[in-house]
Write a protein that binds this ligand. Structure first.
Ligand SMILES: Nc1ncnc2c1ncn2[C@@H]1O[C@H](COP(=O)(O)OP(=O)(O)O)[C@@H](O)[C@H]1O
Ligand SMILES: CC(C)(COP(=O)(O)O)[C@@H](O)C(=O)NCCC(=O)O
Ligand SMILES: [K+]
Length: 244
């Protein structure tokens, strides 16, 4: 059995897989005392661990310690790459790209082998475009929903509001409405820009992952929700590395 781990800036997502079959999966907040607690007592069967991490280096070290407390199995960290299996990264310095973006893109590319957009609505939102030839055309990094609520709350003295994840885009008539509708309106604007880009780059499908994936779809993004897309790509890459 193999343990796959996707450590984002907010949550750690994990999956136990056996020969490509999902045996179990879960998620916990990165700040939890032990985000891998659900795996205690089941680690004996783990023969190998594969990790995709974008959280800070100190969080990676903490995760590393949690994993070695859990299992003696070898742990392999996978990072962004220049190219793999026909997918070619647009970055001139691929190691600077978040591992999660590469793994999500590879998850999409390996299963479809056609042009697509990959949207990861996590702590930050990332949008990446891949054409039919497997060329990554580039992407965007934007603040995620909680990050935007936080910055409005902490960086402006007189914006008092109760954050609420509404999908309402009408002009607001109170501070709370202006903020909540404003963020829905901003996300809806991003959604229509993605859809314009899809048409102009001739891309067919949008795959959406991350904690706020469902919100973007409800705001009109014409996409397929793939909650485990990063883990799908990670599983594939780790399997390919093992096979040599
Ligand atoms: N249970 C949850 N805990 C925290 N954030 C959540 C939860 N459910 C949905 N979210 C939303 O998910 C976003 C974080 O997405 P996630 O995919 O967990 O991020 P990351 O990959 O950066 O760890 C937050 O902006 C938040 O709005
Ligand atoms: C953009 C990200 C913060 C997204 O991470 P997440 O919101 O999923 O935690 C992450 O992919 C990252 O740290 N990227 C490094 C910079 C880059 O991709 O160019
Ligand atoms: K993300």
């Amino acid at each position: 059995m193999r343990l796959l781990v996707d450590a984002g800036n907010t949550r750690i997502k994990w999956r136990l897989d056996s020969d490509g079959r999902v045996v179990d999966q879960g998620a916990a907040l990165l700040v939890d005392r032990n985000p891998l607690a659900a795996l205690a007592g089941r680690a004996d069967a783990v023969e190998r661990v594969a990790v995709s991490v974008v959280a800070a280096e100190e969080q990676r070290e903490r995760l590393s310690q949690l994993l070695s407390d859990l299992t003696g199995a070898p742990v392999r960290y996978h990072w962004a790459e220049a190219a793999r299996g026909g997918l070619v990264n647009a970055y001139s310095s691929p190691s600077k790209m978040g591992a999660d973006r590469w793994h999500a893109m590879y998850g999409a590319w390996a299963s479809r082998r056609q042009g697509c957009a990959v949207v990861d609505a996590g702590s930050a939102v990332t949008v990446d475009y891949v054409d039919d030839a497997g060329r990554h055309l580039g992407g965007f990094i934007l603040p995620g929903l909680q990050m935007m609520f936080r910055s409005l709350k902490t960086d402006a003295a007189r914006i008092g509001f109760d954050p609420d994840q509404v999908l309402e885009v009408a002009p607001g008539r109170s501070t709370t409405e202006c903020v909540n509708h404003g963020l829905a309106w901003l996300s809806a604007g991003m959604v229509s820009r993605i859809q314009q880009d899809m048409a102009s780059f001739g891309l067919r499908e949008t795959l959406v992952t991350g904690g706020d994936a469902d919100r973007l779809v409800r705001l009109g993004l014409n996409g397929i929700i793939k909650p485990g897309l990063v883990l799908d790509g990670l599983a594939k890459i780790d399997g390919e590395e093992l096979a040599g």
